[in-house]
Ligand binder design. Structure first.
Ligand code: FAD
Ligand code: NAD
Length: 466
């Protein structure tokens, strides 16, 4: 039986990054993955394929709706070839997962294909292509998550689907009904709206993206409404039924009335659940909580002292970059270092267009905590760069402590915000004040100038261009 310093179960962004960092730090490392491709949810059926389809559908929308404004004329009809779009997406995925194979080889990490199950706290049995048993001094659980469902919905995965199926549809839905106005619902809803589907978002709460700053929800809701999506807030879904090629969704509105929606596809995107099926955690003395998450302490250590857990399978945001940070954290902890993660500074991004991005506290959270704060906001439409490209929707909003001026939260919606948020994270990591941001030079003309202007607005209402 082969013995390792560390065995990682699951090869998503948490697991594969943990394995690389362990190998970099000189540990003999193995990784076990039940599927034939590495990269987990993120690379195979999450971040990467969804961004590929967002990009393709964005090009289509530009070609059909915006090229003419720029003086670009395309004679004849512009058509979507969905099959080609989906196969391009798959090629991007294949190339990306292939890259992880290369990284495993480069770092001399042994890869086992098969379902990993605990025999005890130091032995894992593998069931699948590389069946057998391995031994490891330390084990990292990085088994991720799967889509959640509502108890009364039977997912047939043909017309009542999750994000996994929505990434490989064979036709553009006529009417896509989406249960859940969170990140998945909005990203994939925008993909299919751009391609011509009628889209209805049915959300239980009174706004989309309910955990983000309310100003972002309001602005993105406007964008979706402008694109003629039906945005049904405060609707509690009661039943989802398939009749032939039709799906019928019934939901209760605020007035207690039952509203019926009919369409040809229904995407259920009401969150994800931690995944430990088949792992036999109890054999290793690892405890899970009532939400199915593996319980960990502040060192990401489980109730078995040599076993750690990271990523979607533990508490906190279900984000690839959070999983990666935790992977590095555990590897460095095992190497005797003292790593640190500031969970308040893990940014959240929604890759719609305009993009939505945020870090730190929302205005709602500051109000609830009784923190005195000031707000600086700047609209993209006031920027030369935004007008030059025609992307004028959105704003940057900076929340700073009223007395110290320290930046407490940055919330933005607009072109390229997914990348702009990195500046806010950096500033907050160094505990910058709004005035600090307002005093460093931002290239002109860029979208980043909105960050500087919002900081000026927060400092003394000193924005220069509004
Ligand atoms: P996962 O990526 O879920 O990987 C876990 C791996 O463990 C899987 O490969 C699984 O097969 C394997 N596994 C499970 N059990 C076993 C076992 N017993 N033995 C062997 N292998 C096992 N996040 C972002 O930050 N940005 C985005 O843009 C983004 N977009 C997304 C879009 C979609 C449609 C979805 C569904 C998710 C998206 N996410 C995004 C979330 C992101 O994918 C997850 O947060 C991330 O993948 C979590 O990483 P992980 O390593 O914890 O788990
Ligand atoms: P989510 O938590 O973002 O959104 C779920 C939405 O469903 C919420 O708005 C919630 O109020 C609503 N909801 C819950 N129950 C409902 C009901 N009965 N009826 C109607 N609405 C209901 O979850 P998601 O969109 O499924 O995404 C899952 C995870 O994947 C998220 O944690 C997210 O972080 C991650 N993800 C991230 C990205 C990204 O970073 N860009 C993209 C996709 C997914």
């Amino acid at each position: 039986m082969k013995s390792y310093d560390v065995a990682v179960i699951g090869s998503g962004p948490g697991g594969y990054v943990a394995a690389i960092r362990c190998a970099q730090l000189g540990m003999k490392t193995a990784i076990i993955e039940k599927y034939s491709t590495l990269g987990g949810t993120c690379l195979n059926v999450g971040c990467i394929p969804s961004k590929a389809l967002l990009s393709s559908s964005h090009h289509y929308e530009d070609a059909t709706k915006h090229f003419a404004d720029h003086g670009i004329e395309i004679p004849g009809e512009i058509k979507v070839n969905l099959e080609k779009m989906i196969s391009r997406k798959q090629a991007v995925v294949d190339q990306t997962t292939g890259g992880i194979d290369f990284l495993m080889k480069k770092n001399k990490i042994d890869v086992y294909e098969g379902l990993g199950s605990f025999k005890d706290a130091t032995h894992i049995t593998i069931d699948g292509k590389d069946a057998g048993e391995i031994e490891a001094k330390n084990i990292i659980i990085a088994t991720g998550s799967k889509p959640s469902n509502l108890p009364f919905i039977s997912l047939d995965k043909e017309r009542i689907i999750t994000s996994t199926e929505a990434l490989k549809l064979k036709e553009i839905p006529k009417h896509l009904m989406i249960i859940g106005g969170g990140v998945i619902g909005l990203e994939l809803g925008q993909v299919y709206r751009r391609l011509g589907a009628q889209v209805t978002v049915i959300e239980y709460m009174d706004r989309i993206l309910p955990t983000m700053d309310a100003a972002l929800s309001k602005e993105l809701n406007k964008v979706f409404k402008k694109a003629k999506c039906s945005m049904m807030m405060s609707h509690k879904v009661q039943s989802v039924e398939r009749k032939g090629d039709e799906v019928i969704v019934k939901a209760e509105n605020k007035k207690g009335e039952i509203v019926e929606f009919k369409g040809d596809y229904c995407l259920v995107s009401v969150g994800r659940r931690p995944y430990t099926d088949g792992l036999n955690v109890e054999m290793a003395g690892v405890k899970t909580n009532e939400r199915g998450q593996v319980e960990v302490n502040e060192h990401l250590q489980t109730s078995a002292s040599n076993i750690y857990a990271i990523g979607d399978v533990v508490r906190g945001a279900m984000l690839a970059h959070k999983a990666e940070e935790e992977g590095v954290f555990v590897a460095e902890t095992l190497a005797g270092q003292k790593p640190h993660i500031d969970y308040n500074l893990i940014p959240g991004v929604v890759y719609t267009w305009p993009e939505v991005a945020a870090v730190g506290k929302t205005e709602e959270e500051l109000k609830e905590a009784g923190t005195a704060y000031k707000v600086g906001q700047f609209p993209f439409r006031a920027l030369g760069r935004a007008r030059a490209s025609g992307d004028i929707d959105g704003f940057v909003k900076i929340l700073a402590d009223k007395s110290t001026d320290e930046v407490l939260g940055v919330h933005m919606i607009g072109a390229r915000c997914a990348d702009l948020i990195a500046e806010a994270v950096t500033a907050m990591e160094f505990r910058a004040s709004a005035e600090d941001i307002s005093r460093y030079s931002h290239a002109h003309p860029t979208f980043a100038e909105a960050v500087k202007e919002a900081a000026l607005a927060a400092t003394d209402d000193r924005a220069l261009h509004v």
